[in-house]
Design a protein around this ligand. Sequence first.
Ligand SMILES: Cc1cc2nc3c(=O)[nH]c(=O)nc-3n(C[C@H](O)[C@H](O)[C@H](O)COP(=O)(O)OP(=O)(O)OC[C@H]3O[C@@H](n4cnc5c(N)ncnc54)[C@H](O)[C@@H]3O)c2cc1C
Ligand code: FES
Length: 261
Amino acid sequence: MITEKVRIIWNRRVGASYYKLGLKCGKELIAAKPGQFVMLRLPGRASPLLRRPFSIHGIIEGEGIEILYRVVGECTGMLAEALEGEWLDIMGPLGKGFSLSENSGGIYIVAGGIGVAPMLFLSKYILEKKTTCSTGVRVFLGAGSKEDLLCRDDFLNLGIEVTITTDDGSEGEACFITNPVEAAVKEKRPEAICACGPPGMLKCLAGIAETYNVPCQISMESVMACGIGACLGCAVGGKDESRYLHVCMDGPVFDSREIRF
Ligand SMILES: Cc1cc2nc3c(=O)[nH]c(=O)nc-3n(C[C@H](O)[C@H](O)[C@H](O)COP(=O)(O)OP(=O)(O)OC[C@H]3O[C@@H](n4cnc5c(N)ncnc54)[C@H](O)[C@@H]3O)c2cc1C
Ligand code: FES
């Protein structure tokens, strides 16, 4: 894990309130694994004082990393204004990412909203490491509305089948993304489910995984002050009721059976 200042290579708007940020960084960050995250801060500003967590969206070969972010508040609002050539304060790579077996069969990748951020990286990694072929991977993208659907073409360009749902029916079926996931699991049980998205989606997937006995890894979010296990602010309940897990250190990716929803 390193802390350094990195230069912005690009900061492009890719949707109503979504941006992709390219950062030039050293080999430690370029060696990050899917599911790991970084803590970012704009230097030289009094506020926000604390760094904010962002998943690694992709590796820019030999050059750096990419972040996909949604503007929701102070830090992300300022990030959206940042220009190519400006510097950011970064700490990472942090946390535990997805763990994949060498010869995975089918993998169902499920992303809700901005939860797609680490999942494109994961898909590319799976295909590059040849743990399975593109026909062995299926992606399920859920969003509130079609304006919130991200990365569909990136997955299609990798040769991956993509299923879409939106809450308002503006694209794909009008239902939760967990509906087609359950139907697909019933039809053909995958070797693993990997997911990132809102807590309700993750809870539902954990239930599906239990019912159909499929290993399921979920990337959890929580508000983070330090990102390195020092503040204990990112605790979530473990299955064992006497135990709390810390999203920054024990996760953000967990076996769904570890979490008490
Ligand atoms: C491990 C991890 C990975 C993440 N990866 C990404 C990513 O790849 N792209 C991305 O856009 N966002 C990601 N997030 C969420 C991101 O950290 C928050 O959106 C960001 O901290 C908001 O900062 P802000 O100063 O703009 O908003 P603030 O002004 O701090 O907050 C604005 C609003 O967002 C809510 N909020 C802040 N942080 C979170 C959070 N962690 N979860 C839910 N609600 C929150 C606040 O309660 C408030 O309502 C990730 C979070 C975690 C824990
Ligand atoms: S964010 Fe401080 S302990 Fe996890």
